[in-house]
Design a protein around this ligand. Structure first.
Ligand code: GLN
Length: 249
């Protein structure tokens, strides 16, 4: 009887250890690290010929290398990144994505690797000289972004026109369909540099933190990605990539 009890106990112990291991197993799609992004967000992600380049693309490539996986990038609408990561269609989302309490209800985030603030792009000759002039104006935003949320909260949804990405919103500003675009500061700077006749207004919107999102079901992947990211921040690799894309003024 004693022997039987110890066999059962050992079996239970072995089972518990196995269960623990399998829970910790890191799962990824197709043996690759499949990252979802929206590649109309320079300098974080944008197209250069056939390639998707930018800060996020380069940091993600180093993360993938560190965890021994090949990086694959899916270019999708910004507002389909979180649902896709949640459902397991993509392994992670990296898209200059701001950590918000609302998003934390549906996905997890790594540590932050960059900060941002929302600004307003106008035409250089616009009568909008400061954010006090935005009342009654047509505002363009990227659907599902923090800029979208701020614009609707502050000026109401009737004032806001939604675009699938920043490039389309800026095109619309240039052609006069909207009077301004609310978007993150670094993409704003890139768009203003690339398009003549645009200017940036500062706002008082709070600082935002960018991080990588991973499914709540995939703690092991979150840890692996976060550990790699921490190392890349600590050894200066992330800063080096940022400096390459955002030269000091
Ligand atoms: N930082 C903003 C957000 O997370 C915009 C990101 C983006 O458009 N790629 O909502």
């Amino acid at each position: 009887m004693k022997k039987l009890v110890s066999i059962v106990l050992i079996a239970l112990l072995v089972l518990t250890v196995f269960a623990g291991c399998s829970q910790k197993q890191m799962t990824v799609q197709k043996g690759k690290l499949l990252m979802a992004t929206n590649a109309e967000f320079p300098p974080y992600e944008y197209h250069e010929g056939d390639a998707i380049v930018g800060i996020d693309a380069e940091v993600a490539a180093l993360i993938a290398e560190k965890i021994g996986l090949e990086l694959e990038i899916a270019d999708v609408d910004f507002d389909s990144i979180i649902p896709g990561v949640q459902s397991g269609k993509y392994d992670m989302g990296m898209a200059g994505m701001t950590v918000t309490d609302e998003r934390l209800q549906s996905i997890n985030f790594t540590d932050s690797y960059a900060t941002a603030v929302q600004v307003v792009i106008v035409k250089a000759d616009s009568d909008i000289k400061s954010i006090d002039d935005l009342e009654g104006k047509k505002i363009g935003v990227q659907q599902g972004t923090t800029g979208h949320i701020y614009a609707e909260d502050d000026y109401g949804s009737d004032a806001v026109t939604l675009y699938q990405n920043g490039a389309l919103a800026v095109e619309s500003l240039k052609s006069g369909k909207v009077d301004c675009v609310i978007i993150d500061n670094e993409p704003a700077k890139s768009y203003v540099k690339e398009n003549e006749g645009l200017a940036i207004l500062d706002t008082e919107y709070a600082n935002e933190n960018y991080a990588i999102c991973v499914s709540k079901e995939n703690d092991a992947l979150l840890k692996a990605v976060n550990d790699a990211l921490k190392e890349l921040i600590a050894d200066g690799s992330v800063q080096k990539i940022v400096d390459k894309y955002i030269p000091a003024e």
